[in-house]
Write a protein of this length. Structure first.
Ligand SMILES: NC(=O)c1ccc[n+]([C@@H]2O[C@H](COP(=O)([O-])OP(=O)(O)OC[C@H]3O[C@@H](n4cnc5c(N)ncnc54)[C@H](OP(=O)(O)O)[C@@H]3O)[C@@H](O)[C@H]2O)c1
Length: 279
């Protein structure tokens, strides 16, 4: 079991939801925090809270899509703490909806933040961990990185890429003693859903029993830092769905297509009417 007291932890997307909850949880475990996101006011409020509770937190205004911000972030962390023990690559967003309704910018943005931003920051932090011959990179994916469902095309693609990146990197850096993990939560109660317009655009919601709080995910991340594993899926019953998706994809195909047929019945019917009309 790794002792995380005094360890230096970078959390991206620390201004809300899972990132903010995880920063609080690491701080309670006596880790030293570097908080990165674009909304500096929120980071400052969180840092104040952590410091009042006796912790340590550095605020780093960061847009992970900007190379200069990434360079500045790593420089500031080394300047203050001299090392990086844990990188929690959590910043991300979703733009959920039927593919033809997504704009090219919405599709591009998900890859720029969820995938390319994560890769760029990892690449910048890696030499530090290689010099230390230690470190733990925890990449936030999603259940959408394991089971791609209707309405989640671009988002799932950006998270599947995170899964592939994580798997290759884990094998690449193991000889340095660096651990690399993937975390795949199902639906979490955060601002993510509002921004992603999940319900408005597709009618899809996660069943209440499977919904998680940000604190529950935060605890899972801290547990993962203490006891590194390749991957964590939560809540655990979703592991069954992941296995089913691999062994019997036809079953998930059938169930999800049935859902879309109901959800989009009118559009499907009017498209069929249009075809007849064109004859
Ligand atoms: N909520 C869910 O159901 C769910 C499920 C599985 C996985 N996830 C994943 O969990 C992660 C956190 O999401 P959340 O649910 O906590 O949502 P959230 O409350 O909306 O938090 C997203 C965080 O990402 C940051 N962010 C967005 N764009 C950024 C950029 N260009 N540069 C730096 N930071 C950026 C935001 O900060 P600023 O806006 O201040 O920059 C914010 O702190 C995401 O990767 C998401 O895909 C969420």
């Amino acid at each position: 079991m790794t002792d995380i007291r005094g360890q230096v932890v970078i959390v991206t997307g620390a201004s809300s939801g899972i990132g903010a909850a995880t920063a609080r949880a690491f701080s309670r475990a006596r880790a030293r925090l570097a908080l990165a996101a674009r909304r500096v006011d929120r980071l400052q409020t969180l840092a104040g809270e952590i410091e009042r509770a006796g912790g340590e937190a550095l605020v780093l205004p960061t847009d992970v899509t900007r190379p200069q911000d990434i360079e500045a972030l790593v420089g500031a962390v080394l300047n203050r703490f001299g090392r990086v023990d844990i990188l929690f690559n959590n910043a991300g967003l979703g733009r959920i909806g039927w593919l033809e309704g997504l704009t090219p910018d919405e599709i591009r943005l998900q890859f720029e933040v969820n995938t390319l931003g994560l890769i760029a920051l990892t690449r910048a932090v890696l030499p530090v961990m290689q010099r230390q011959r230690s470190g733990h990179i925890i990449n936030m994916a999603s259940m959408a990185a394991k089971i791609a469902t209707p309405g989640y095309t671009a988002y799932a693609a950006s998270k599947f890429a995170v899964d592939g990146f994580t798997q290759a990197l884990r094998r690449e850096v193991a000889p340095w003693g660096i651990r690399v993990s993937l975390i795949c939560p199902g639906g979490v109660e955060t601002e993510f859903g509002e921004e992603a317009h999940i319900e408005r655009r597709t009618g899809l919601t996660t069943p209440g029993l499977l919904r998680l709080s940000a604190d529950r995910v935060a605890q899972a991340v801290v547990d993962l830092a203490r006891r590194p594993r390749r991957q964590v899926i939560l809540p655990w019953p979703l592991t069954i769905a992941v296995i089913l998706n691999r062994l019997a994809p036809w079953l998930i195909d059938w169930a999800t297509a049935r859902y879309v047929r109901t959800e989009r019945a009118e559009e499907i019917a009017s498209a069929a009417g249009g075809r007849h009309g064109n004859r």
